[in-house]
Ligand binder design. Structure first.
Ligand code: GLA
Length: 629
């Protein structure tokens, strides 16, 4: 796709370019399960009655694992409170052994990494009151090319038991498989049987990446099974894994868990909001909680996530039910997880790029009728009462996690009040967008879900220095009854010359509640993005900063074709022999969003399949959307 040039006007403010080419680079096989299999017979090794909790080195260290790291991590489990919070397993991933087996066919711990042998490392971990895990592969070699266990299952399992190993992660690389279910089941059963034959209790973690629908069979062979390919420390990876793991709730039960992969919390590639979504949804999905960061360098913010006892308790609840998705609309989802004490954990998950209000009810999440309910926000720890509506404004990529219960004591808690914000200029990651010197509008809506009415309700704002934020409709109200809403529209003006970037506009909601008229004030900062529109006159799109750009393979390229892998790997843009100096190189499916500040009257494009694509030809669908959001 090559697209360029825009000139001034008032009406078109946004352009989204969506282009698709038929450049086929690999084979994508989509397998759809048409029936939901009944859970197979459970593996009865009495282990992992709640999802395993611990650490695995792979996400943070790759192949750089050694005895010292495992010992330091065990020490940190004790000193940081992780052990007391329930984290038990210190797990070693790939690369712990030598490149070949010993002459008598045994795996050999790499003497440079584990100089005293694996039993010594295990003894140290056990001396701290913890358990130790190890890694092998149901193939000829591990993913990093070390000797695999295929055909050596009993020898290896016996060695693991001799070393006092408590947990085995069993991978799927170099599997010499014909891809059939029968082959998958036989390779994973062979190691399961070998572990059983040792007589040592060893948690068995099946890692076949979700290839052969393990949710439908792996619970009779192992204690947990990976449901997806490898996670990485990015929002795109997290979102896609949630999409894949959420529908598999039917298969989870004590001793048998869906495993959406190890935690990335703390590794730096995501925002705190996204890491809270990661950890919170893993808990609601009854997933293993395996820390994947360098604990020696973990920040207080990272530890606050890993040590959130309320969230851990949701994961570890003894009912062992994976939360179900009960509503799925426009990129938002509601999960509900029944807990042993009758409460429900409720997750309001917003996968979209703008803050959104997500609502459900106590009846929909499965709670019985009651005179009143309380909801505890498991991150902020605030408890409120509700008549039955469960509603919150959820930031982009965020998850509000609530524990909801029926309680006769509801009236001693403040009503649940949500403040939503909408704007005609809602912008990726922000509530609204404005040009330097420009004006936009934002409408705030206060909703009262509590049984108690609100009185003396006021909504006030503070403006960043030099800005003006003024109400164009009433901002105070004497009372707001149960289920009532109160909207106020604000005119927001950024001073000329404001530097592009996000600006916080705090909105404070103040009200009184209950017989004693207790006053509550809560502040939510709206984010207004200042965006510089393109300069006057015509600009090639490749010179205009985009809001967001996604691409099927590799990044979108400016002024070159798409090389499909790294940034800058393209060639000159060429359509039917004509070379274009300016343009965009994309690959299906691609979506590019521009903010034009109300200053664009036309878009001129030359679109085609680049000449570098083989003569087989293909189809391109190119769409342009203009709008205010
Ligand atoms: C595979 C697994 C990962 C990790 C690596 C190690 O990719 O899925 O979790 O164990 O192998 O090589």
């Amino acid at each position: 796709m090559h697209a360029g040039r825009s000139t001034g006007s008032r009406r078109r403010r946004w352009v989204t370019a969506l282009a698709a080419t038929t450049l086929v680079l690999g084979t994508l096989v989509v397998v759809e399960a048409t029936t939901v299999a009944a859970p197979a017979q459970a593996l009865d090794n009495h282990l992992a009655r709640t999802p395993p909790m611990g650490f695995n080195d792979w996400n943070a260290f790759g192949c750089n694992v050694d005895d010292q790291l495992i010992r330091q991590t065990a020490d940190l489990f004790v000193s940081s409170g992780l052990k007391a919070a329930g984290y038990t397993f210190v797990n070693i991933d790939d690369c712990w052994m030598t490149r070949t087996r010993s002459s008598d066919g045994h795996l050999v711990p790499d003497p440079a990494k584990f100089p005293e042998g694996m039993k010594a490392t295990a003894d140290y971990v056990h001396s701290q009151g913890l358990k130790i895990g190890i890694y092998e592969d149901a193939g000829t070699q591990t993913c990093a090319g070390f000797p695999g266990s295929l055909g050596h299952e009993q020898t290896d399992a016996t060695d693991f038991a001799t070393w006092d190993i408590d947990y085995l992660k069993y991978d799927n690389c170099n599997n010499a498989s014909d891809g059939t279910l029968a082959d998958y089941q036989s390779r994973y059963t062979a190691m399961g049987d070998a572990l059983k034959a040792t007589g040592r209790p060893i948690v068995y973690s099946i890692c076949e990446w979700g290839v052969n629908d393990p949710a439908s069979w792996a619970g009779s062979i192992g204690n947990l099974w990976r449901t997806t390919g490898d996670i990485n420390d990015s929002w795109g990876s997290l979102k896609s894994i949630i999409d894949q793991n959420a529908p598999l709730a039917y298969a989870a039960r004590p001793g048998a868990w869906n495993d959406p992969d190890m935690l990335e919390v703390g590794n730096g590639g995501m925002a705190q909001t996204e890491y809270q979504t990661h950890f919170g949804l893993w808990a609601v999905m009854a997933a293993p909680l395996l820390i994947g960061t360098d604990l020696r360098q973990a920040t207080p913010a990272t530890m606050a996530i890993y040590l959130n006892r309320d969230v851990i308790a949701v994961d570890q609840d003894r009912l062992g039910v994976q939360g179900q998705v009960i509503a799925d609309r426009n990129g938002t989802r509601v999960f509900t997880k029944p807990l042993a004490n009758g409460d429900r954990a409720v997750a309001l998950y917003n996968s979209t790029d703008v803050a959104t209000t997500i609502s459900t009810t106590t009846a929909q999440v499965g709670l019985p009728r009651a005179a009143g309910y309380t909801m505890k926000d498991l991150w902020s720890k605030a408890t409120t009462e509700t008549a039955g509506t469960i509603s919150a404004s959820v930031p982009a990529h965020g998850t509000v996690l609530l524990q909801v219960r029926t309680t006769p004591g509801w009236s001693s808690f403040p009503p649940s009040v949500a403040l939503a914000a909408t704007s005609p200029t809602a912008y990726s990651g922000a509530d609204a967008a404005v040009s330097p010197g420009g004006t936009t509008t934002v409408t705030t809506t206060v909703g009262n879900a509590g049984k108690d009415p609100l009185s003396s309700l006021r909504v006030t704002t503070a403006a960043p220095s030099g800005w003006s934020v003024t109400a164009t409709s009433p901002w105070s109200r004497a009372t707001l009854r149960t289920g009532g809403t109160f909207a106020t529209t604000w005119k927001v003006t950024a001073p000329p010359g404001t530097a592009p970037g996000p600006y916080a506009v705090p909105v404070t909601t103040t009200y009184a509640w209950g017989a004693r008229s207790r006053v509550v004030a809560t502040t939510r900062a709206l984010t207004v993005e200042v965006v510089a529109p393109p300069p006057p006159g015509a600009s090639p799109l490749s010179d205009v900063a985009w809001v967001s750009a996604t691409n099927g393979w590799g990044p979108v390229e400016k002024d070159m074709s798409n090389g499909e892998t790294a940034a800058g790997d393209g060639k000159p843009l060429t359509i039917r022999g004509a070379v274009f100096a300016k343009g965009l190189g994309v690959n299906a499916s691609s979506d590019i969003v521009y903010y034009l500040g109300g200053a664009c009257s036309s878009l001129t494009t030359a679109v085609g399949i680049d000449d570098e694509v083989a003569a087989s030809g293909g189809n391109v669908i190119f769409q342009v959307f203009a709008g205010d959001t």
